[in-house]
Design a protein around this ligand. Structure first.
Ligand code: SAM
Length: 234
């Protein structure tokens, strides 16, 4: 999958792209992430990308032209890539949405800054606005990294064990069951005996029940939705 990121701060991505699962996915050719500073597409001598908002008010707004030019330039190579604007006004990123995006051959991510982008970018260039939660970040870069991480790890070949994305939180509408590792007893706290039993069927049932309990107590909103879904399938 090719992912083009439009940002005024490409250096922010160096650590993120250079470590762990994302790094390995890039090295293996599972994902191809390219960073573009749209300041390069500003036409004036000072490479201006922002200006004061019409109508007054605090802060600066990202001008439409450098963003349009940058996207139009990239569209020559990836004409079908949907442009996603990371924005607090967007639909909230979920595991389901990450899974949907992971099926696309290419994506373009636009990182806003300051007071955001000129609305004409949103109205006439952007295909989708995605938020990473109901809070305001200083820029779209951390949001783009969250989206990238959530999507890249779902790409075939990104993780050593594909099963790990199938069993984790949200993948089946519930949170994941609790996990334990060695030692079996730590400071007097023992791992649930069932996990040491070697009986896979009993372990599977324990995990399913624990996942339901975990969801019911920590995310009753998800639990309600899951119960309604199960009822509609019966
Ligand atoms: N003035 C805007 C508002 O009130 O809606 C907030 C602009 S914010 C300071 C600057 C940029 O950060 C935005 O253009 C967007 O790209 C990014 N951003 C902020 N919060 C975000 C969130 N929750 N999800 C995704 N992107 C976010």
């Amino acid at each position: 999958m090719r992912i083009d990121v439009l940002t005024l701060f490409p250096d922010m991505f160096a650590g993120f792209l250079g470590q762990s699962i994302v790094k390995r996915a890039l090295e293996a050719g599972v994902a191809d992430v390219r960073l573009h500073n749209f300041r390069r597409f500003a036409q004036d001598r000072h490479h201006t990308v922002d200006d004061a908002p019409f109508g007054g008010g605090p802060g600066m707004v990202l001008m439409a032209d450098p963003i349009f030019r940058c996207v139009e330039h990239l569209r020559q190579e990836v004409p079908m890539a949907p442009l996603i604007y990371l924005s607090p006004k967007g639909e909230v990123l979920t595991q389901r949405l990450a899974g949907e995006l992971a099926l696309m051959p290419s994506l373009m991510l636009l990182c806003g800054r300051y007071e955001g982008v000129d609305q004409r970018v949103v109205d006439h260039l952007v295909q989708r606005e995605i938020s990473v939660g109901d809070y305001v970040l200083s820029g779209g870069e951390p949001a783009a990294m969250i989206l990238l991480d959530a999507v890249v790890r779902l790409l075939p070949g990104a993780l050593g064990d594909e099963a790990s994305t199938q069993e984790e939180s949200f993948s089946e509408g519930v949170l994941e069951y609790p996990q334990y590792t060695r030692p079996a007893e730590y400071r007097g706290w023992r791992v649930p005996e069932v996990l040491l039993s070697g009986n896979h069927e009993v372990i599977r049932r324990w995990r399913r029940e624990s996942a339901r309990r975990e969801t019911q107590s920590k995310r009753p909103d998800l639990f309600g939705a899951q119960v309604r879904m199960e009822a509609s399938h019966e």
